[in-house]
Design a protein around this ligand. Structure first.
Ligand SMILES: Nc1ncnc2c1ncn2[C@@H]1O[C@H](COP(=O)(O)OP(=O)(O)OP(=O)(O)O)[C@@H](O)[C@H]1O
Ligand SMILES: [Mg+2]
Length: 370
């Protein structure tokens, strides 16, 4: 291994070193999703494990502003960022940004171990094997989670393609922001999950499935023995329902989103919409099942005890029941407010409910310490 290849390790925003640490420095969390940009600020203290939501903004993005985390329309993103920033009145320009999508990877590796130098070499070697993009064009970082039963070490590795990181950096700068930390979206969901679950996660040998059901993608984490043991992202999400409504009902994207979410004037979803939803979620379930089957067959882990979902698409009618039937375990919605407080005078009930479903990623980002 050439020493030179270590340069990939220095590139990635040295965030993974303390990925699972959370704290009380002022930083703004920003999550750019397909449906909206979400911005949050949290004050908190790792020692007392008390966190409080200070401000939150979710600015809807126009159709097609981003596709698979590649920004298609910079102006629209900058505009939404500025609107969100004006709303939260941030006292800082320092950002913890979440990235995800096909140009990012998070993976647990079981390595031989040794000195940090040796582990670095092993990380690069392994990363070259499984990255879906060239290591020369990407930034890799890792976090040593601890020794494993085999006498080696467990390492959490995150990688992202440089083009994606550079594009985000440029956009944030145009909005007057400085990226201080980059994290993978699903890892920040796990920050919130750990906070909310507390010592319920200490039971050895129990696996938990955490699923973020978004607009364009679904992300999975299997969490076991206080660590991430498996992670996978699939290109299945709520937009598939929106697109099917558009196609079958001859309406545009915004009308279709509205039909899907608010229903008719009485707030009921019309029969046609429910039928479309049922058809599309069958496809969801079959993809989700493939992912879980893959995990079980490759690890023989049969210890799944519960599943927690988050993301706007966990509001799809029938999704929770369907997942329960599919997985054979209890499925619940991850409620970030089990672990994070807020001022009831500052947020409406509707805002809190919206944040509870759609804001978990950005809350996890905002919890990070500088
Ligand atoms: N009440 C609802 N019923 C069904 N779907 C809903 C509801 N509310 C929101 N959604 C869907 O949730 C999705 C938005 O969720 P979320 O904000 O988690 O996605 P995102 O972070 O923008 O997307 P991604 O992470 O995939 O880039 C949209 O597809 C939206 O239509
Ligand atoms: Mg999302």
């Amino acid at each position: 291994m050439e020493m030179d290849s270590k340069k990939f390790l220095s590139g990635f925003i040295n965030s993974m070193k303390d990925t699972l640490k959370i704290g009380n420095r002022t930083i703004v969390g920003i999550d750019v999703g397909l449906s909206a940009i979400k911005i949050a600020q949290i004050e908190g203290n790792k020692e007392s494990n008390e966190f409080k939501l200070l401000s939150y903004a979710s600015i809807p993005l126009p159709e097609g502003a981003i596709i698979e985390d590649e920004i298609q329309n910079e102006e629209e993103i900058i505009d939404a960022l500025n609107k969100g920033l004006a709303k939260i009145k941030s006292p800082t320009d320092l950002v913890c940004l979440g990235v995800s999508g096909p140009n990012t990877v998070v993976r647990r590796l079981q390595l031989a171990g040794g000195t940090v130098e040796e582990i670095e070499d092993q990380v690069i070697w392994e990363a070259e094997q499984y990255l879906p993009f060239e290591i020369e064009e990407s930034s890799v970082s890792f976090h040593i989670m601890g020794e494993n039963e085999g006498g080696g070490v467990d390492v959490l590795v995150a990688a992202a393609k440089n083009t994606v990181l550079e594009q985000y950096k440029a956009i944030m700068e145009k909005a007057g922001l400085r990226i201080k930390i980059i994290d993978l979206g699903i890892i920040s969901v796990i920050n919130v999950f750990e906070l909310c679950m507390g010592d319920k996660l200490d039971e050895p040998g129990q696996s938990f499935l955490v699923v973020d059901l978004g607009a364009q993608k679904t992300e999975f984490i299997i969490y076991k023995n206080n660590m991430i043991v498996f992670s996978k992202e699939i290109a299945v999400g709520g937009i598939m329902i929106t697109e099917e409504i558009q196609r079958q009902m001859g309406v545009n994207y915004y009308e279709a989103e509205d039909l899907k979410i608010t229903g008719d004037e009485n707030g009921n979803l019309p029969e046609e919409i429910l039928e479309i939803i049922d058809d599309v979620i069958e496809a969801f379930f079959s993809e989700i099942k493939k992912t879980i089957d893959f995990y079980v067959s490759s690890t023989s882990d049969e210890s799944l005890v519960a599943c927690y979902v988050t993301g706007g698409s966990s509001l799809i009618p029938g999704i929770i029941e369907g997942l329960e039937a599919l997985l054979g375990v209890d499925v619940g919605v991850l409620n970030p407010f089990d672990g994070i407080g807020y001022n009831e005078k500052k947020f409406t009930e509707q805002e809190i409910s919206e944040i509870a479903y759609r804001g978990v990623t950005v809350l996890g980002l905002a919890m990070r310490e500088l």
